[in-house]
Design a protein around this ligand. Structure first.
Ligand SMILES: CC(C)(COP(=O)(O)OP(=O)(O)OC[C@H]1O[C@@H](n2cnc3c(N)ncnc32)[C@H](O)[C@@H]1OP(=O)(O)O)[C@@H](O)C(=O)NCCC(=O)NCCS
Length: 183
């Protein structure tokens, strides 16, 4: 059986990560938008040059899951950017967590989530946040398994569409020996 490999992204992954981001975004949310809004959002969010810039950004970390040399999932982690005021200056955000259809339910997403939690704890973050579409019930069940709790709501705009999103918060234990956040 093919083995799943997890590794950090590097500059050479930009094109493949852009393709995977487009594929998984379309599969999950493509039906929600007008064609022109969807295409504009994808172009402005998931081009190889944007992925390259995000991979190079020292405040952002990408973890890739690979099987047989092909990407099957990824997590994007970094600074807190959601539009809700929070108390913790140390907070981190799980910006994206996507796996391809046939990797769902196989533990790949768990491995990516454990990596993100480890990153946040090692950074000395008191909490990790994420945004999730209110009708994305599978993702919400998954996040609840890790102890994420409802913190707030916001609206995510894609062209004419206004998606209602939940902000979820995970309380984190203090790192014993990890990197301490300097912010
Ligand atoms: C969200 C995601 C990363 C979760 O990974 P996964 O491997 O599918 O998660 P799991 O199968 O381990 O867990 C899913 C949970 O939802 C449940 N579930 C499955 N289908 C469901 C559905 N249609 N509605 C509600 N719950 C559902 C499962 O039973 C499981 O819950 P349980 O552990 O309490 O039984 C993955 O589904 C994914 O990449 N989805 C598409 C992209 C996406 O939505 N990303 C998140 C954006 S915020």
């Amino acid at each position: 059986m093919a083995e799943n490999i997890l590794r950090d992204a590097n500059a050479d992954d930009a094109a493949a990560l852009a393709a995977l981001s487009r594929e998984t975004f379309l599969a999950t949310f493509g039906h929600l938008y007008r064609d022109e809004d969807r295409d504009a959002y994808i172009a402005q969010s998931f081009s190889p040059s944007i992925q390259a810039a995000e991979i190079a950004d020292p405040k952002t970390r990408h973890r890739l899951a690979e099987r047989d040399g092909a990407l099957i999932g990824f997590a994007k982690f970094g600074a807190y950017k959601l539009p809700a005021a929070i108390a913790e200056a140390s907070a981190r955000e799980l910006h994206r967590l996507y796996v391809v259809e046939d990797a769902k339910g196989t533990g790949v997403a768990d491995a990516l989530m454990r990596w993100a939690i480890d990153q946040a704890v090692a950074d000395g973050a008191a909490a990790m946040y994420l945004g999730v579409y209110q009708d994305n019930h599978r993702a919400q069940r998954f996040y609840a398994r890790y102890g994420f709790e409802r913190f707030g709501e916001y609206v995510f705009e894609v062209g004419a569409a206004r998606d209602a999103e939940f902000i979820l918060r995970l309380s984190l234990p203090r790192a014993q020996n990890g990197r301490q956040n300097s912010r």
